[in-house]
Design a protein around this ligand. Structure first.
Ligand code: FNR
Length: 351
């Protein structure tokens, strides 16, 4: 079933490019503006090199971590991405099966094209990504829905006060889902499916309101400035995700790997710090964790796997990352995520 999916995530991306409608490929692959930040995320990893340790007898590696009460088989989660049914007819349900099989968490996007309850019925651990809506009644109903479905954390996306300007989509006039596909989690009590609102009025008091609303762990996704990481701690959130939305929001924003050390220093061990953007190899995971991330998330590669082979395709992507991380750890003389530290990474000039 996996013929042609390839040896690495770039091969899987090639397979997806061949299969997908070019309009949908561009929706998944693209970023905002000149796509500087999109490129910078991957490029930042090429400016960091590993200083491997030798003779440490790391015969068996243990990739497991625990994170906000969840036990994961590896420190790689599935980032929330919209519209999985554009990649595969089963959409988010297929992604959830692969995540469950791989022993990791799927963060379900608010813009999922399958209802949350159907994704939860798969049985794997889920977190729910929320764009808080200015309609507080609707927002709290959605949080209750996520709780009832068994989601174990809320990931509140805070880098999207307005939509980023995605010029690939503008060129294609891609504005709406094709007939039959809907953002199933945006149904209101009357059955009408609302548009997702990007609320430029979102502010810290509203995070305080969410904190009061639910006992679920809350992570803020899209933190890049150390001062905001300190504010996150002060507002009682449970984790931060260093993210620039895969370069889809503020073009020119710092690469996530370059922002990571400042956030790690600001948080100073008080919260887990996650990172996404540009993770394409096990060595990328190693570097991010060595610089202080507790775990990473992958966005586009999961969509490529889904497009290429549904459950098996996503599973292939997660297995490639897992095996690659295991090998990288072995070659660096490290027995597991907990042993990674900043001295194992050197930053070099240029790209
Ligand atoms: C995203 N991302 C995103 N984030 C979010 O909080 N809610 C969402 O609905 C979406 N939707 C979405 C769609 C697509 C097609 C992409 C590529 C991305 C951002 C995502 O969670 C993550 O931050 C990036 O994808 C990480 O970068 P990589 O792994 O794609 O390089």
């Amino acid at each position: 079933a996996l013929d042609g999916t390839g040896l690495n995530l770039a091969d899987v991306a090639d397979g997806a490019r061949r299969r997908l409608d070019p309009v949908h490929w561009d929706f998944f692959a693209g970023g905002a503006g000149d796509e500087r930040t999109l490129r910078a995320n991957e490029e930042a990893f090429t400016r960091h090199r590993i200083l491997p340790r030798i003779l440490r007898g790391a015969q068996v590696r243990d990739l497991r971590i625990s994170l906000l009460g969840c036990r994961l088989a590896m420190p790689v989660l599935i980032a929330p991405t919209a519209f999985h049914r554009l990649a595969h007819p089963e959409g988010e349900v297929a992604t959830a099966h692969a995540a469950a099989e791989a022993g990791t968490i799927m963060v379900v996007s608010m813009a999922a094209t399958r209802p949350l309850e159907e994704i939860a019925a798969v049985g794997g651990p889920l977190w729910f990504q929320l764009y808080p809506q200015s309609d507080l009644g609707f927002t709290s109903a959605l949080v209750r829905r996520a709780e009832a479905a068994g989601c174990r954390a809320l990931v509140v996306t805070v880098d999207s006060p307005v939509f980023g300007r995605r010029e690939r989509d503008l060129r294609h006039r891609f504005v709406d889902l094709p007939p039959g596909l809907l953002c199933e989690n945006m149904r209101d009590p009357s059955g009408r499916v609302r548009d997702i609102e990007m609320d430029a009025g979102l502010d810290w008091p509203r995070i305080g309101w969410l904190r009061e609303l639910t006992t679920l762990p809350i992570l803020l996704k899209g933190v890049l400035h150390p001062a905001d990481a300190r504010l996150a701690v002060a507002h009682g959130v449970d984790g931060v995700v260093v993210s620039n939305h895969g370069g889809r929001q503020l073009d020119g924003a710092v690469a996530t790997l370059d922002a990571l050390p400042g956030i790690v220093a600001a948080v100073d061990g008080r919260l887990p710090v996650l990172l996404d953007g540009g993770i394409r190899r096990g060595t990328d995971v190693l570097v991010a964790l060595a610089l202080g991330a507790t775990a990473v998330l992958v966005g586009r590669p999961v969509l490529w796997g889904l497009a290429v082979g549904g459950v098996a395709g996503v599973r292939h992507v997660l297995d490639l990352l897992r095996d690659d991380l295991d090998r990288a750890l072995a070659l660096a003389g490290v027995a597991g995520p907990g042993e990674l530290s900043g001295d194992l990474v050197a930053k070099v000039a240029g790209g």
